[in-house]
Design a protein around this ligand. Structure first.
Ligand code: ZN
Length: 327
């Protein structure tokens, strides 16, 4: 079976298949590109293919090696992946101590390090030593959503494989197993903007469309610059979205983006196509220049929210400002 998760990433797929076919590998790969386009899934598949002795262009899915791998107990494979904001030096130290061990059953030991940009500078420097003198039986696969934040010395010692945003059609198709209604899949694919991971995350939260509708309804119903209105709106945001601010911000930004394109006369670029009436009502209240400013403020707010001690205050200040620009 050729790589199936690398769907829509033809360039990456070609490169990786060629390495599998020739059985010649780099010591370290860097899968880079936007978040949510399948880099870590591709890393997992690539690792499985490195181990599988049977399929010249990918992996068979059926041999002992493939079955162990799919069952999560291939002894020569290890993943470093965390929900935490950073990958700390202790993790890398443990990893480095294990590198000298020989593979148990394969010719290689493969390490997948997801979101390498999370390495603290200490951890990155420690990891660099392993990249500089890797044991011959070790293959590293790094993924990164933000290539520019990696040490140049890590970049220069890894073989880059670029991943792109995915076409909408592919995202729609991939969601078929999760979401039954075609219209919902379409909206999701629109909202995801080429990022399958984001679409899948949304699809997992059952009421995402209901909450989005509620968000748009509440936001457009805000009255002038009334503080009480904004205060209530912020209260609701913090109750309904505190686990998923990323999704909240994506919805809000896409809304403003649509208002902007409507003003520009580029209606074919609209994304919230199921909410045209609401958009039309809202668009008359905005000057074009203010829409750009609003988008900037929303971006800033998202960037500083994690660091701010008083999130409510941060929300209120920004939303009050934006809301005051509405006419
Ligand atoms: Zn196999």
């Amino acid at each position: 079976m050729p790589f199936k998760e690398v769907l829509g990433q033809e360039r990456a797929r070609k490169i990786l298949s060629a390495h599998i076919q020739k059985k010649r590998f780099h010591h370290a790969y860097l899968f880079c590109g936007p978040a949510g386009v399948g880099k870590s899934m591709a890393g997992v598949e690539f690792a499985q293919a490195i181990f599988c002795p049977h399929e010249p262009l990918g992996y068979c899915g059926d041999c002992t090696s493939c079955r162990k791998f799919a069952g999560g107990n291939h002894p020569d494979y290890q993943e470093i992946k965390t929900e935490d904001p950073t990958i700390k030096i202790e993790t890398i130290r443990t990893l480095r101590r294990s590198l000298t061990l020989k593979p148990y059953e394969s010719a290689y030991r493969v390490f997948l390090l997801v979101q390498a940009e999370k390495l603290t500078s200490q951890a990155a420097n420690s990891f660099l030593k392993s990249l500089e003198e890797p044991p011959p039986h070790v293959i590293f696969i790094l993924t990164s959503d933000n290539r520019d934040s990696l040490l140049p010395t890590i970049l220069s010692r890894t073989f880059p494989v670029s991943f792109n945003l995915l076409p909408k059609k592919i995202i729609e198709d991939k969601l078929a197993g999760q979401i039954k209604k075609t219209q919902e899949r379409k909206i999701l694919a629109e909202l995801a903007q080429g990022r399958l991971g984001f679409a899948q995350k949304l699809a997992r939260s059952e009421d995402f469309l209901v909450r989005r509708t509620e968000l748009l309804r509440r936001w457009t119903a805000l009255n002038g610059a009334s503080f009480l209105d904004v205060y209530n709106f912020v209260q609701w945001i913090m109750e309904a979205w505190s686990d998923e601010y990323e999704v909240f911000f994506q919805f809000l930004k896409l809304w403003f983006r649509d208002l902007f394109y409507w003003k520009e006369g580029e209606r074919e670029r609209l994304i919230n196509t199921d909410a045209l009436e609401l958009l039309e009502k809202e668009v008359s209240k905005w000057e074009e220049g203010k829409l750009e400013e609003a988008l900037l403020l929303i971006d800033n707010l998202q960037g500083k929210l994690e660091r701010s001690i008083n999130q409510q205050l941060a929300f209120e200040a920004t939303l009050l400002q934006i809301n005051s620009w509405r006419q």
